[in-house]
Design a protein around this ligand. Structure first.
Ligand SMILES: Nc1ncnc2c1ncn2[C@@H]1O[C@H](COP(=O)(O)OP(=O)(O)OP(=O)(O)O)[C@@H](O)[C@H]1O
Length: 983
């Protein structure tokens, strides 16, 4: 159903976008209307007019194509099938019938209408607004008089203004205010005779007819002018140039139309009213529809030469073409950009979907949250409330954060740590003392006192029900098993083991973590430990605590104190984690070489267990029962394949590994076993190759069959050799099998051959490598030179002392010589990298020795007249401490009295100026060192008797120990011997 809505021509100019139909008819509607409706129905069927759209129709009253006038109506398409429904409802049809061509002589004087934006071209519509009431009244009046014509003239710009610049509404207003002569002077001379087709309010619709030129002003208000009606200059319509130019205009217009849909509608609208097509019209058409500025259009309007007008128009439409090209490229670029972005967006979305499908969506917040929740779920009841609250808060925060933001990553990592800790997850502790004893014995030989202390510790734990509260510190020289004992304790207690070294550690953040705000922030070692072991009660071994760094960022000792102190560590606060953690169930074991270097507040809280080092006997056991076994297994050697004799092991310990620990011994044993492994593999390869060459020889012989006597005897020899070799290698008496194989049938022979190869494999495994004192250097090289025992028998002025170092105990010599003799020349020169305390100790010794000599040999002026030099080898090792006091006195007296001290004597003890002997440290280490150096007699201060008595019998065994209070006792021991006995 179609409904006629209005017949206003106004819409023509306001809606260019919808198509307008042109319908010619003999008479007025409804007959033409019906036809028009039929056309619209056709349009809708072809999909060119949509149901609900509005269509404009122009009806002509004759068949001349509307030249004489017509009616414009707008219809709304209600349905596509208009023809079927004959009823058409015409709501309003105010006629806009156009009169025929006006005669020039009727319009020599016309009202002048000012046009602001563009000139009006003949054959075109233009709506204008007339603000001047008088002019508007005059126009209405002329329309009523059936002479609805006026002159439309473009207003010139104010002198000095740029026509290409957009003028504001103010300037428009000022033009409306122009009247009479002022307006007259601003009008372009050439304009258009315009038909007033419709007046609604102040809007007047004009249709251009022909060109006019103003000749003079007739009336000022409203402005009325006299005009000449202009005609184009005569032209030859067959002129090729004109034709070519017009074709070019047409083809350019077509291109423009193709390029821009906006132009298509524009052109369609105009073409409805063009009337006859001719060259001047074409030029006007091009200029009217293009977007050129008003002056360029006015130029076309003023041009009466058709060719020139066409050329001007061509320029304008070409320009339009360029603009539409630019428009096209801009549109294309924008489209590409948008489609590129859209493509990326689409691909990203697809990627996300794929990742989600495959479970690879790492950043997916929901997956992450689910992962964290899943992690804490089993131990939710054990997690402290404050920690749970932080976890929940962080999970909520995670949901709100943008996945690509850095804050998101910080929160994710934080949650990762928080949820990965073993909150309230403890391993079942074992307080079985017998089992613990077994494990400790399994792992370590000796160390009875250490093991005893550990068992005591476990026993207390059993009675209390928990074993925390103490920090054990194992101190001793390197390689005595401090670290491995720590591991054994963990095994004995059934706790997880975690070790970290604090040697050289200077940054508190290593212990307490970084604040989360820093990039790359990490929690401290303790939190890392808990995460890695997965239980909240591990045994943590803090290695090298005596080598703790000075601290360039905070004080690591204080941080360690917070970590270790049982009073504080129940609420240990890691900077990264920012929630208190309970470390009170963690058992801390520290190791140190020198306890003096441990910061005092830390040492105060520790239970120090000293491991002094091993004597030869202990080393023998360790080497035999632990190190050798472990190394053999590590090298893949069977016990039957190797034998290291006791003598070789002893030689190894005494000549190669004399230090306190057993690490070097372990290295030497490893060296031996690596060499043995190589020997075995080499021998095995040799046997294999000899067996395979035998096989191939025999096969060759069998193939020959016609063997000569000599060949026979050769083969027999060969077989015999093989048998001999097998006999040598095998000890299980299977050698005679080789002989019997000669009588076997040939098909069973192959089986025998393969058995032979297997047997040779067996021989490999039973062959034994013997390591004895004679071939020990082949495995570990020549014995290393030990400076400890430089003299077989100490000469005059040389005495052996005993020293304690971080590497264990050692013997050292004090040597004194007389440099210069002369009255009053008495002086003492010291060398051997002695520390301040030792230097002072030497001065004291000098004084005391002088006193004693005066007492023993009053006539001897030795000290008063001798310039002495005291040296302590080895010169490269710094030495310090007061315990060499008595040794120095003895050395000086030996020189003064020209009497060497008793053979195999060593001593240690600090001396006062009055000759009193004060106690020293490291009794066990010194006793072990003395034994290592084959010292028979030792002198210790009386105050150290208790320390010596506590030593294991095997350490004390064979030592003649004297405890002294005063130097006079030492004097007697050192010099009171019978020289004949010594020899
Ligand atoms: N009494 C022992 N019984 C068996 N093996 C031992 C014994 N003492 C030490 N060992 C072994 O000696 C090797 C070195 O021991 P460990 O590394 O524990 O020494 P350490 O005292 O911690 O040295 P450092 O102070 O240099 O760290 C280990 O393989 C250990 O098993």
């Amino acid at each position: 159903m179609l409904k006629l809505l209005s017949s206003s021509s106004r819409h023509l100019h306001t809606h260019f976008s919808s198509p307008c139909l042109r319908v010619a008819a003999e008479s007025a509607p409804p007959a033409p209307l019906l036809r028009a409706l039929g056309s619209i129905a056709g349009l809708t069927r072809r999909g060119e007019a949509r149901t609900g759209s509005r269509q404009r129709l122009f009806f002509c009253s004759d068949s001349s194509g509307g030249k004489g006038g017509g009616t414009l109506v707008e219809v709304e398409v209600k349905s596509g099938d208009a023809e079927a429904d004959g009823g058409v409802d015409v709501t309003s049809s105010s006629s806009a019938l156009m009169p025929t061509n006006p005669r020039p002589e009727d319009y020599l004087t016309v009202l002048a209408l000012p046009l602001l934006h563009r000139p009006l071209f003949p054959g075109f519509y233009m709506p204008i607004y007339v603000k001047d009431p008088k002019l508007l009244a005059a126009l209405q009046e002329s329309k009523k008089r059936q002479a609805p014509y006026a002159g439309a003239f473009l207003v010139k710009d104010e002198p000095g203004t740029d026509p290409s610049m957009v003028s504001g509404s103010e300037s428009e207003k000022s033009i409306y205010d122009l009247k009479g002569k002022d307006l007259y002077n601003r009008l372009h001379e050439v304009g258009t005779l315009a038909q007033i087709t419709n007046i609604q309010g102040d809007q007047v619709i004009l249709v251009g007819h022909r060109r006019l030129r103003i000749t003079e002003m007739v009336d000022e208000d409203p402005l009325t002018v006299k005009v000449d009606h202009l005609k184009e200059k005569p032209f030859n319509k067959d002129d090729d140039v004109i034709k070519a130019t017009s074709f070019e205009v047409i083809s350019t217009l077509r291109d423009v139309l193709k390029a821009s849909s906006l132009w298509r509608d524009h052109v369609q609208t105009y073409t409805q009213h063009m009337g006859d097509f001719n060259f001047p019209r074409l030029a006007d058409f091009g200029a009217a529809i293009c977007g050129a500025n008003k002056l360029q259009c006015q130029e076309v309007l003023e041009e009466l030469d058709v060719y020139k007008r066409l050329k001007l128009t061509l320029e304008l439409v070409k320009k339009e073409m360029e603009i539409s090209k630019i428009q096209e490229s801009i549109a294309k670029a924008i489209e590409e950009k948008i489609s590129g972005e859209q493509r990326r967006y689409l691909l990203n979305e697809q990627l996300k979907a794929i990742k989600k499908e495959l479970g690879l969506e790492a950043d997916d917040k929901t997956t992450l949250t689910a992962k964290f929740r899943e992690r804490i779920e089993p131990s939710r009841d054990k997690i402290p409330a404050h920690v749970l609250q932080v976890i929940e808060e962080e999970l909520t925060k995670l949901q709100l954060l943008e996945a690509s933001s850095s804050e998101f990553n910080v929160t994710r990592n934080y949650l990762d740590w928080l949820t990965a800790l073993p909150w309230g997850n403890y391993s079942d502790e074992n307080f079985d003392v017998l089992r613990a004893q077994k494990i400790l014995d399994e792992d370590h030989y000796g160390l009875t006192d250490v093991k005893e202390r550990i068992l005591e510790f476990i026993a207390v734990g059993k009675l209390r029900g928990k074993s925390q509260g103490k920090i054990i510190c194992l101190s001793g020289p390197p390689g005595v098993g401090k670290t491995s004992i720590g591991r054994s304790i963990a095994r004995a207690l059934n706790r997880k083991f975690y070790r970290f070294s604090v040697g050289g550690l200077g940054d508190v953040a290593e212990i307490k973590g970084h604040r989360r705000t820093y990039i790359g922030a990490m929690p401290g070692k303790m939190v890392q430990c808990l995460k890695s072991v997965g239980t909240a009660n591990p045994l943590v071994l803090i290695d090298e605590i005596d080598k703790l760094g000075r601290g360039h960022a905070g004080d690591p000792a204080s941080a360690l104190l917070e970590l270790l102190d049982p009073e504080q560590n129940a609420n240990f606060l890691d900077h990264y984690l920012d929630v208190p953690i309970d470390l009170s169930k963690v058992l801390f074991v520290c190791t140190a070489n020198v306890i003096d270097m441990i910061p005092n507040p830390l040492l105060d809280r520790m239970e120090v267990i000293a491991i002094a080092g091993y004597i030869t006997d202990e080393k023998m056991h360790i080497a035999r029962d632990y190190l050798e076994k472990a190394t053999r297994e590590a090298c893949g050697i069977n016990p039957e394949q190797v034998e290291v004799t006791d003598a070789a092991l002893l030689a190894l310990i005494e000549n190669y590994c004399r230090e306190a620990g057993v690490r070097n011994l372990q290295k030497q044993i490893e060296k031996i076993y690596r060499k043995i492994a190589l020997q075995l593999v080499r021998k095995g390869a040799l046997i294999e190759s000899s067996v395979s060459s035998e096989q191939s020889d025999e096969l060759k012989e069998e193939g020959a069959e016609t063997s000569t006597d000599s060949a026979k005897s050769g083969s027999t020899k060969q077989d015999n050799e093989t048998a001999e070799e097998a006999e040598i290698i095998q000890s299980d008496g299977s050698a005679d099998q080789t002989d019997s194989s000669l009588n076997e049938p040939s098909d069973t022979k192959d089986v025998k051959e393969s058995e032979k190869i297997e047997e040779s494999e067996v021989t490999k495994s039973v062959e034994k490598v013997l390591v004895d004192t004679s071939n020990l250097p082949d495995f570990v090289g020549k014995p290393v030179f030990h400076a400890e025992r430089i003299y077989d028998r100490t000469p005059v002025g040389v005495v052996m002392g005993l020293a304690w170092t971080a590497m264990g105990g050692s013997t050292l010599y004090i040597e004194t010589t007389n440099v210069e003799q002369g009255e009053g020349k008495g002086a003492l020169h010291l060398t051997g990298q002695l520390g301040e305390v030792m230097k002072e100790s030497a001065q004291i010794a000098h004084t005391v020795a002088r006193g004693i000599l005066l007492e023993k040999e009053p006539e001897n002026p030795f000290f008063a007249n001798s310039k002495l030099h005291l040296h302590v080898p080895a010169g490269a090792t710094p030495k310090d401490g007061p315990s060499a006091g008595c040794t120095m006195i003895t050395s000086l007296l030996s020189l003064a009295m020209k009497k060497p001290v008793r053979n195999d004597l060593a001593m240690t003890g600090e001396v006062t100026l009055t000759g009193k002997i004060l106690p020293i440290g490291g009794v066990k280490e010194k006793a072990i060192a003395a034994r290592r150096s084959d010292v028979k007699t030792i002198i210790f201060p009386s105050a150290n008797r208790r320390d010596f008595d506590e030593l294991a019998p095997n350490v004390k065994e064979g030592l003649d120990v004297h405890f002294v209070d005063d130097y006079s006792q030492i004097f007697d021991l050192a010099f009171g011997y019978d020289e004949k006995d010594e020899k």
